[in-house]
Design a protein around this ligand. Sequence first.
Ligand code: 5AD
Ligand code: SF4
Length: 476
Amino acid sequence: MKKKIIEMPCLNEARKREVKKDIPTSVFKMDDTLSKLGEGKYYLIITHGCQANQRDSESMAGLLEAMSYKPTEEKEKADVIIINTCAVRQNAEEKVLGEIGDLKKLKKNKPDMIIGIGGCMAQEEEAVKIIMEKYHQVDVVFGTHNIANLPKLIKDATESHQRIFEVFSKLGEIVEDVPATRFVNHKAWVNIMYGCDKFCTYCIVPYTRGTERSRSMEDILNEVTDLKNKGFKEICLLGQNVNAYGKDLKTDYGFGELLDRVAKVGIERVRFVTSHPWDFDETMIKAMKDNANIMPYLHLPLQSGSDHILHKMNRRYTAEQYRNLVDLIRKELPNYAITTDIIVGFPNESDEDFNDTLKMVDYCKYDNAFTFVYSKREGTPAAVMPDSIPQSLKEERLQILNKKIGEYANMNNQKFMDQVVEVLVDGKSKKNDKTYSGYTPENKLVNFTGENVAIGDIVKVKITSCMSFSLNGYML
Ligand code: 5AD
Ligand code: SF4
């Protein structure tokens, strides 16, 4: 099949950052000729990766529904299948390639089906080359900056029977009012900024998601107010590094002020992810202290407890600075649960470096942690750093770390024994219709028994047993 290349990804282009200037904002408008294209047809979106991808998938769903496509869970029934991919680690990419491979047979039986690949893998030169050469069943590859153009790309691929590649490596623009279909009606992600300028040396995100671009406070507050009016109970402000919010806007306010204003809209629960320890400031702590509806939960990625590795990672803080920040948070916000991200096996991480990470875990006593073995990402500075640490030792370190994380998670959860907690209900157990699950303000997963409970209710639950990664109880 012929291919139409509008633009291919380029990591070198994506690396460039322009001097901060006004970020243009445009308002999405759907072309009338596209709105009936999906009539009588179905779509399915498969989402991998982080919350930014989850939120982007809601926009993709909104765009497809604006074209009159209807959702389906069955691959066989779908006329459009989109895979929203993650590039942060190699194994996530391998999973996606396997998934695309599995779609080959389906496409053979249904040649008019459109298969689209979006997300962070679509921003990677190597990954797109592989898709172009080996995975001919893929019709559309679109980048993280090209989502608003998805309807047009699907139309072009459907009508021209060509494969279409449109991946911009850089885009300064923010598109407001892109239609979105929220996947649940009680909790919503709200983007406050896009991209990342931190360039941690292991990370592909600054290349796949581009320059930091903040949405205007007014647009964010309007979205939160609208969600509140629609009955949403919880919002989570989203950014790769929310603390950098506003740095690109020509205003004198930052994330602390935004958080305070958002909380004052009065929605029951406000959360935010992710905070970089580097530009965490006192106005954020003040906002958290002043507003009871900001949930007592903080995700504060550590990555490593060794100064030497932190420096090689370009994390911009030392172990001592991180400890001081945790001390400040524990003092000012004593009821907060703290979780983190940690990478083991960064190039040439020594036993001593790894021990420093373990020591930091002992110091911070995290409620939980997402832990990873370092994964080499082509095009990042760490990919060319010498590394003589065997993979098996890296895996061993992960096991040791996970054991420690589990012990502290368990210890922290034991504090909830016999307590009454408030749970925002997410769903009913598939196995037992009197068992429900949801999260406490501290982001602890609770499984509980109860009756006549609806998704989105906030209910009181008495805790009767505490496991490392969840709590059990009954509704009062
Ligand atoms: N290898 C392993 N883990 C990574 N992360 C980001 N890049 C890599 C990589 N190359 C982890 C970091 C980050 C989380 C989202 O993913 O811990 O905080
Ligand atoms: Fe990646 Fe670092 Fe940016 Fe997080 S802050 S997205 S780890 S570069």
